[in-house]
Design a protein around this ligand. Structure first.
Ligand SMILES: Cc1ncc(COP(=O)(O)O)c(C=O)c1O
Length: 475
């Protein structure tokens, strides 16, 4: 008799495992093949979903494939498809299938990637993957880091290291951090979690290009010093979320060196571009940073979640985070073995590096470079398409795969233009054809497209812009 399912041990029978596993894989592949024909984003009302999912806790068993079907039919249709070729909202996540398969493997092996004792094989791959990122950024051999859930945690991890390395406890009250008025909200939140007060955070005004104005930064540091405060850290951007602006990393690095500031570069959106020649050129100053974050689940084409922080001197990261409780003493790491839990806030952590490592092995770094270059180009295609239309103005030129624009014919008031740009973008997104949303620049609403998906065609971009144009004229 074939082995039976054992519910009391939470075990499926081999047949059931095959059947469930096969259906998951088959679904994953067919989903991927038909992705471009699905809505880029689809939202359902809570009441409709609650009608499907409100139920009492099931006390008895069910057929796993019936349960799976419910998820596939009733939940998964209603989501943003960040890897859809016409998903241009927020920051796309154009995952690749090798990364997806790697994630399945990691779950199946149930890897604990917190200690070398429990995850030496995975640890070796994580170390190598981080070494590649550090080398691409031009960092020295002392550099190291770890994979995180995303950019928010990568930034928080780096900022904690900066504070621990630069500030003695009595100096913390008078410490000042600098960032730009375009800095991602995860930085403000991270600083709040770390206990910094709003009065300790200076938002430097950006110039017309939405990049940090060096003079303003230097003046701010001088003023704070004159007032007896202690400038200690700058957070700059390797691609802002709003416009893809890159701060002048090299010159900012000079000032940070001169002033003894920790220089963290938030590269969650843009640092993935170090895999391309154009990206490395634009981000040359990254090599000078004390730390940077990068999100492989954005411009390195990995499924969620996959962030990474790299610190110039990994010993600083270890000093900032290490504490060894009694019950972990047997898990000590010898020599160059690495206990990743001593380098960040997580003890239990999954093997997030595998998906990037496997995808780089399968496709090669040159293919990644070409895919990133395509993201740069697609934003330029969008910029050109908008420039040809009457009533539209490009508000920030294509930069790191981001472009923003606004419809406002000469006679239209600012308030009316704000409303119409927002309504048109939302209407296009609701239609499912493409996901395009807005942001605010200098107080005014602009349409924003982020074009990181190498599977997007020029025609996708041109048709998206054309539909926006016709929708806005109808609003
Ligand atoms: C520049 C920048 N920093 C940080 C983040 C936060 O990253 P995550 O959502 O992976 O936590 C984002 C997200 O879009 C970002 O664009």
């Amino acid at each position: 008799m074939p082995p039976r399912r054992n519910d009391a041990q939470l075990d499926l029978s081999p047949d059931e495992m095959h059947k469930l596993g096969r259906e998951v894989i088959e679904w994953a592949i067919s989903y991927r093949l038909k992705l471009a024909d699905l809505p880029a984003l689809q939202r359902a009302k809570h009441a409709d979903l609650a009608a499907k999912f409100s139920e009492s806790l099931p006390s008895g068993p069910s057929d796993p494939n019936v349960v799976l079907r419910r998820v596939i039919d009733d939940a998964l249709p209603f989501m943003g498809r960040a890897d859809h070729p016409r998903y241009f909202a927020f920051v796309p996540g154009p995952a690749n299938f090798v990364g997806i398969a790697a994630d399945m493997l990691v779950s199946a092996a149930n890897v604990f990637a917190g200690t070398w004792l429990e995850g030496s094989g995975p640890g070796a791959i994580e170390l190598q993957t981080i070494a590649w990122l550090a080398q691409l950024a031009g960092m020295p051999a002392t550099a190291g880091g770890l994979f995180t859930s995303g950019g928010s945690m990568a930034n928080l991890t780096a900022l904690h290291a900066a504070r621990e390395c630069k500030l003695a406890a009595p100096d913390r009250q008078r410490a000042v951090v600098y960032c730009s008025d375009q800095t991602h909200s995860s930085i403000g939140r991270g600083l709040r979690i770390l206990g910094f007060l709003p009065k300790q955070v200076r938002e430097i005004e950006t110039g017309e290009d939405f990049a940090i104005d060096l003079g303003q930064f230097e003046a701010g540091v001088a003023a704070d010093r004159a007032a007896g405060r202690l400038p200690f850290c700058l957070i700059s951007n390797a691609g802002t979320t709003n416009t893809g602006a890159v701060d002048p990393l090299e010159r900012l690095g000079d000032v940070c060196d001169r002033e003894g500031l920790w220089h963290h570069v938030d590269g969650a959106l843009g640092a993935g571009a170090i895999l391309s020649q154009r990206g490395r050129r634009l981000l040359r100053g990254l090599s000078r940073a004390d730390s940077f974050s990068v999100d492989p689940h954005k411009w390195m084409f990995q499924p969620y979640v996959c962030g990474c922080v790299v610190v110039r001197d990994k010993a600083q990261l270890q000093r900032a985070f290490s504490n060894v409780p009694d019950y972990m003493e047997d898990a000590d790491a010898v020599g160059s073995e690495t206990n990743f839990w001593e380098y960040g806030p997580e003890l239990t952590r999954p093997f997030r590096a595998l998906k990037l490592w496997m995808s780089l092995q399968v496709f090669g770094a040159d293919a990644f470079g070409a895919a990133i270059e395509r993201g740069f180009e697609l934003a330029e295609v969008a910029e050109r398409a908008v420039s040809k239309l009457s009533g539209w103005r490009v508000c920030s030129r294509a930069s790191m795969g981001v472009v923003t624009f606004r419809y406002q014919p000469a006679t239209m008031t600012d308030a009316d233009a704000d409303r119409r740009n927002r309504v048109a973008a939302r209407a296009l997104t609701e239609s499912g054809y493409a996901a395009v949303l807005t942001t605010r620049l200098r107080g005014r609403i602009v349409v924003r497209m982020c074009t990181l998906n190498p599977r997007t065609t020029d025609a996708d971009i041109v048709e998206t812009v054309a539909r926006l144009d016709s929708l806005i004229r109808d609003t």
